[in-house]
Design a protein around this ligand. Structure first.
Ligand SMILES: *Cc1c(COP(=O)(O)O)cnc(C)c1O
Length: 392
């Protein structure tokens, strides 16, 4: 019987192991695994027998998380990393070699931007940013310089515009180019890029999948052949593996992901509406407010609009900073997807590494603040923002 996604969030990929009937997966806090004989060790190293060897090559708690995320993203195989950036860097280096080109969405996470810079400086792996919004333009861009892969975020942080994943995957595949999606802002509950034809999906599990601001982690899902090679090469030899306890925290987070996302989204939708009407707010950026062709994309590929929104306050950078300083309940912090509402200033925080002219092209102004709407009462979050805007 095919289960609905809410049930899959709790049970999907949860294999029945006989750990004395333990309802939750135990934390296998071990670095190595003893073989019963030398021959068994030989077989495991040769890949002729399943089983664990050493926790950088696999661990039962971590493996359970990898199986769970693969089911939730509807992919063949998952792999866990020590951070979202360990996942991004493993995937990008696995798909490229010196001299290659990476085509990216117009905005990417600040450290992904930093990684692209040093890949260019050290290994001559170049990149370009493109709107990726029209099929004709995308065909032209690919024809001009065939990329080794296309790397996308949607919604794009922090301007919250969206890209048509199904269209991009179709165009890319006609030239044999793999499409990678950083699905951090959505989680598999809101958007499943693999079902839209994309090849590889990755997450900073630090955000919604953890949901409680207590772990830094990354996840990748894709085809069995690709993920197995990623595990054996990039991960085994560069070493960015997830710790068993952190995997256990994520297994716990997954079970409430759908309920948290429902609340994050309903709070954010309400907040976006209120902000639009406030006289000291200039513009509001939220997928749920998009109309026209972008609105259609949200409708087509996202279950809900999500919990992150940005807005421009009227005034200057200092006005935006003053507003943040007046907040009482809302915390000034980067990251997102936690129970607590978090606010940050992209131009001086998450996107500070991006040179000003690129940043402005991405639509990130000095007066923009980004809000990760938490799970508190929406009235209390709004009251905090209103009193801070009033004092600005
Ligand atoms: C946070 C984040 C990352 C990086 O993840 P870490 O877990 O902090 O390494 C990558 N992409 C996006 C969209 C993020 O928000």
């Amino acid at each position: 019987m095919k289960r609905r996604i809410e049930s899959e969030m709790i049970h999907g990929g949860n294999k029945q192991h006989d750990y004395d009937g333990s309802l939750t997966t135990p934390i296998f806090q071990t670095s190595t695994f003893a073989f019963s004989t030398a021959e068994q060790g030989e077989k495991r190293f040769a890949g002729a027998e399943d089983g664990f060897i050493y926790s950088r090559l696999g661990n039962p708690t971590v493996r359970m998380l990898e199986e769970r995320i693969a089911v939730l993203e509807q992919g063949e195989k998952g792999l866990a990393f020590a951070s979202g950036m360990a996942a991004v860097s493993a995937v990008l280096t696995s798909l490229t070699k010196g001299g290659d080109h990476i085509l990216c969405s117009k905005g990417v996470y600040g450290c992904t931007y930093g990684l692209l810079q040093w890949l260019k400086e050290k290994y001559s792996i170049t990149h370009s940013f493109s709107a990726l919004s029209s099929e004709d333009r995308l065909n032209e861009t690919i024809a001009e310089k065939t990329p080794a892969c296309i790397f996308i975020e949607t919604p794009i942080n922090p301007t919250m515009t969206v890209l048509d994943l199904e269209m991009i995957a179709r165009v890319a595949h006609s030239s044999g180019i793999p499409v990678v999606v950083d699905n951090t802002f959505c989680s598999p509950y809101l958007q499943q890029p693999l079902t839209l034809g994309c090849d590889i999906v990755l997450h900073s599990a630090t955000k919604y999948i953890s949901g409680h601001g207590d772990v830094v982690a990354g996840l990748v899902v894709g085809k069995d052949s690709y993920i197995s090679a990623l595990a054996k090469q990039e991960q085994k030899d560069s070493g960015g593996v997830l710790a068993p306890f952190d995997a256990w925290l994520l297994l716990r987070g997954l079970k409430t992901l759908h309920i948290r996302m429902d609340r994050h989204t309903s709070n954010a939708t309400w907040m976006a509406e209120k902000l639009l009407q406030h006289p000291k707010v200039d513009r509001v950026f939220y997928p749920g407010n998009l109309t026209g062709s972008e609105g259609n994309i949200v409708e087509k590929q996202m279950r809900q609009a999500g919990g992150v929104l940005s807005f421009d306050v009227k005034g200057t950078k200092q006005t935006a900073q003053q507003m943040m300083n007046h907040l009482k309940m809302i915390k000034i912090a980067v990251s997102l997807g936690d129970a607590e509402t978090l606010i940050q200033h992209p131009a001086t925080m998450t996107h500070a590494v991006i040179p000003e002219h690129d940043r402005v092209k991405m639509g990130i102004s000095d007066t923009m603040v980004r809000l990760s709407v938490g799970l508190e009462s929406k009235e209390d979050i709004w009251a905090d923002i209103v009193q801070a805007l009033d004092r600005m």
